[in-house]
Design a protein around this ligand. Structure first.
Ligand code: PLP
Length: 256
């Protein structure tokens, strides 16, 4: 046994469908240990984020350092970050630790439109992007992130390519266009790779972005190249979706 671990920094969604609880269980399902520090607390049902609370910045920092004393952190997954103070602490931690892998799922809104990051947090996210190995935005998140770097436009491939070049980070545009759901595009080392996938049409699933980025991080830590990690992760995600179930309030949750 070794003390190699992934460190998950994301919001605590008590339903377990997204955020910290989901990320940790998915990474552990890949046989990689995952420690997790909450960036924010939320009250939510399957469909609705009812409210969010900040985590005190010093408390968050102490927890990051405690995990670093406990494990050899090989990769970090960042999801919902909440507030500017937390983004600043994540920036310092990544800068000082330089983990081998950093995957950022830039969670800006819930599927039902609740903002999950403050305005100040969003501005500072620009500092974190260049420290990441891979970012996994959907189309809306890509447009907003690009605008932080002064990049605009309606062409998805051009936006991804430019953001990747300017930030020095690989970009996986998730979700594809509406008619190609399940298809993702990777911009990596100047080239583009298309990953086709099955659109599992059972219903509106909770936490699929969280699950994909966590699966990719786990597979990078296991030693796969980025392309292979994405390919393997998409197949695993499809399995989780196919074994999903419907919650009492009508949202779909991934199976184990
Ligand atoms: N809560 C947390 C902590 C999340 O990280 C996310 C998404 O990443 C959500 C809620 C919203 O999930 P969804 O858009 O699937 O409803």
């Amino acid at each position: 046994m070794t003390s190699i671990a992934a460190l998950v920094l994301s919001g605590l969604d008590p339903t377990g469908g997204a955020g910290l609880l989901a990320d940790v269980s998915i990474i552990k399902g890949e046989k990689v240990h995952a420690a997790g520090v909450p960036t924010a607390l939320t009250v939510q049902t399957g469909k609705k984020v009812v409210s969010t609370r900040r985590i005190p910045r010093n408390f968050f920092r102490d927890s990051l350092l405690a995990q670093n004393d406990t494990f050899s952190i090989r990769g970090v997954k960042i999801g919902m970050v909440g507030s500017a103070g937390i983004v600043q602490e994540i920036y310092r931690f990544l800068r000082d630790l330089s983990p081998q892998w950093v995957v950022l799922d830039p969670v800006l809104f819930s599927s039902y439109g609740t903002p999950l990051i403050s305005d100040g947090g969003l501005k500072l996210l620009k500092k974190i992007v260049p420290l990441c190995s891979l970012i996994t935005p959907n189309w809306l998140e890509l447009k907003i992130l690009s605008s932080l770097f002064g990049i605009g436009g309606k062409k998805k491939d051009l936006l991804c390519r430019t953001l990747s070049e300017v930030s020095g980070t690989s970009v996986l545009l998730t979700g594809g266009q509406e008619k190609e759901r399940g298809t993702d595009y990777l911009f990596h080392r100047g080239g583009m790779i298309t990953f086709s996938g099955k659109a599992v049409r059972k219903g509106n699933f909770h936490g699929t972005g969280c699950a994909l980025s966590s699966l990719i991080l786990a597979n990078l830590i296991k030693g796969h190249e980025i392309e292979k990690s994405i390919e393997v992760s998409k197949r695993k995600l499809e399995k989780h979706l196919l074994s999903g179930f419907r919650s009492s309030d009508g949202r779909w949750f991934m199976g184990g």
